[in-house]
Design a protein around this ligand. Structure first.
Ligand code: SHN
Ligand code: NAI
Length: 166
């Protein structure tokens, strides 16, 4: 697996495009909105929880050229049609737009980590696409531990930072 380069993006008011309006799209869109991105969704239907989510909804299937017309900074190909996701990925790559392909880790120019936002820390966990459910499990464990005072986490930090007692 190629090495990945982790970053935190400042997405406020940045145009982002999500193709597909299902469960996976919902998860991606929530995070994008939390970061203040302007989100356009192209999909013939929209997850019921998305209506309140303040997105621009283009109510139809993806059409060739949409990525070039909309010119987003990030694209998420999140339909349940592999051929559509591949087309979106290909058009994004040709246009030099960063693309996430929900059904194909190798087709992702970037991947979305599982993350916990607990100031001053924002922790992000990735398995590089090898086991997303495991990344989610570590996120849940960290969340539970931090909600409970973060003792296991702090103990782990101490054991790595402090020299062993002699
Ligand atoms: C490559 C990547 C692309 C991307 O989406 O960025 C990708 C790809 C795929 N995910 C799949 C499955 C699932 N993914 C989740 C959950 C999450 N997936 C996320 C990220 C990523 N998933 C990227 C890699 C990140 C990494 O590895 O570190 C998280 C972390 C972030 C987020 O999405 O926000 C979020 C957890 C958030 C949280 O809880 O904190 C669940 C659990 C669930 O849905 O509840 C399942 C069902 C698991 C099961 O089967 O048990 C499949 C198979 C689909 C199929 O079966 O067809 C593929 C495609 C493939 O592997 O081929
Ligand atoms: N990356 C991840 O975290 C995960 C990825 N997946 C993959 O993501 C895919 C999508 O998963 P879900 O959101 O659960 O599926 P879903 O069935 O809930 O949603 C699919 C959405 O795509 C839309 N769509 C279909 N054809 C379209 C087109 N031509 N143009 C625009 N929109 C179109 C549908 O109308 C629907 O809104 C799955 O098929 C699976 O391969 C699944 C689980 C997690």
């Amino acid at each position: 697996m190629t090495n990945l380069y982790p970053v935190f993006l400042r997405l406020e008011k940045q145009p982002c495009l999500v193709v597909g309006g299902g469960r996976v799209a919902l998860r991606k869109i929530r995070r994008l909105r939390e970061a203040g991105a302007d989100v356009t969704v192209i999909s013939p239907d929209l997850h019921p929880e998305l209506v309140q989510n303040d997105v621009i909804w283009i109510n139809r299937a993806y059409e060739p050229g949409d990525v070039v017309r909309i010119r987003p900074v990030l694209v998420f190909a999140a339909t349940n049609r592999p051929a559509v996701n591949r087309l979106v990925r290909q058009e994004a790559e040709e246009a030099g737009v960063w693309v996430n392909q929900a059904d194909d880790p190798d087709g992702c120019r970037f991947m979305v980590p599982a993350s916990v936002d607990r100031p001053p820390f924002h922790l992000a966990v990735s398995t590089g696409g090898t086991d997303p459910a495991l990344a989610a499990a570590l996120r849940r464990a960290l969340e539970a531990d931090l909600a409970d005072g973060g003792q296991r986490f702090v103990t782990l930090l101490r054991t790595t930072l402090e020299p062993p007692e002699s």
